[in-house]
Design a protein around this ligand. Structure first.
Ligand code: AMP
Ligand code: TRP
Length: 349
């Protein structure tokens, strides 16, 4: 069926729309947790908002990284944004490190953020344990950089998975503190709100339904990557953890794998919860797994085709990111100037 191109936004529409900002790190492959928890929701809501989506490559070096692949991984995530349906008529795509205001605002915010706020962050505690003795300052400071990402764009909404909620609450606390200490009754920075969908906000590992699906899990069998070919998806679902109970139902806390796999099937097949519940209530795993496999392959296949097209033309992606950088920089630099003025800096002559 021919699709009609969306009408370009009028200036008034852009001015009245709320702003959205979000990002994904270029570390490892994008998996269906990232897709269902975040990017799918960016796409679904994009016509409603004025959107900025960045590839957060400064965050990527808060854990040991490979310099030989960082640039290519950054481009791959930007291409995946487009392949998943981010539309440049509604959204701006850019790379975090291309806009130096992100680093600069982070420093300014660091100086007003109490250390114990950062030490309390769940993600820091979890990741710090994995790093052992060598945990870097960057990992502790990660949420302040994330706050800078959001605040530079005066974002109203931040669509993310459940795991990022605490970082957005911290961002709001930083805003209150800065406005209170330096605002002289004016609002210097705007407070953002998280935008978290109920379904897919926390996609669990295929090998352990009590653990979040994660890029850093050493086993690739624990996740389905957006770019996994059909045979790999089939193998992963065939081997995924289930339980010995016959009849598949939502909502039993004693059956985390069952909840997760039914939710994945619901989201991948685009059916309602009621329809999936009715279809699967008497099923065994042997019957369910091929259905989930088919739905996952069918859902991801158009994204994979589009990704191949986009990555075949590097100059196109470069032009998207160049334009994105220009738009992002104009807004970010204005906010940075506002904060510097509030803190009492003389501005460059
Ligand atoms: P990251 O890969 O850590 O850069 O995460 C990018 C986005 O994906 C963030 O909005 C996360 O909240 C979201 N996300 C990551 N893992 C999951 C998961 N297992 N379930 C749902 N959302 C997730
Ligand atoms: N911390 C986020 C994650 O790992 C990624 C991120 C960085 C982000 N900056 C952001 C998300 C700004 C939303 C807004 O998932």
């Amino acid at each position: 069926m021919p699709t009609t191109a969306p009408a370009p936004l009028t200036t008034l529409e852009v001015m009245t729309k709320q702003r959205v900002l979000s990002g994904v790190q270029p570390t490892g492959n994008l998996h269906i947790g990232n897709y269902l928890g975040a990017i799918r929701n960016w796409v679904a809501g994009q016509a409603q908002y004025d959107n900025f989506f960045c590839v957060v490559d400064l965050h990527a070096i808060t854990v040991p990284h490979n310099p030989a692949t960082l640039a290519a991984d950054t481009y791959a995530i930007a291409a995946l944004y487009l392949a998943c349906g981010i539309d440049l008529d509604y959204s701006t795509i850019f790379v975090q490190s291309h806009v130096s205001a992100h680093s600069e605002l982070t420093w300014l915010l660091n100086c007003i953020t109490p250390l114990n706020w950062l030490e309390d962050m769940i993600q820091f505690k979890e990741k710090a344990v994995k790093q052992g003795q060598n945990v870097g300052v960057g990992l502790l400071d990660y949420p302040v950089l994330m706050a800078a990402d959001i605040l530079l764009y005066d974002a109203d909404k931040v669509p993310v998975g459940e795991d990022q909620k605490q970082h957005i609450e911290l961002t709001r606390d930083i805003v209150d503190r800065l406005n209170h200490q330096y605002g002289q009754g004016e609002t210097v920075l705007k407070s953002p709100a998280p935008l978290i969908q109920t379904d897919g906000a926390r996609v669990m590992s295929l090998t352990d339904g009590t653990k979040k699906m994660s890029k850093s899990d050493p086993s690739d069998l624990s996740r389905i990557n957006v770019l996994d070919p059909p045979d790999v998806i089939q193998t992963k679902i065939k081997k995924c953890k289930t339980d010995p109970v016959r009849g598949l139902t939502f909502g039993d806390p004693a059956r985390p794998e069952c909840n997760n796999l039914l939710t994945l099937y619901m989201l991948m097949s685009g059916q309602s919860k009621e329809a999936v519940a009715a279809e699967c209530v008497e099923m065994g795993w042997g019957q369910f797994k091929p259905l989930l496999t088919e739905a996952a392959i069918a859902h991801l296949q158009p994204i994979q085709t589009k990704y191949a097209e986009i990555t075949a033309d590097k100059s196109y992606l470069e032009s998207v990111l160049r334009e994105g950088r220009q738009k992002a920089e104009a807004i970010a630099n204005a906010t940075l100037t506002r904060v510097k003025q509030a803190l009492g800096y003389s501005l460059p002559l």
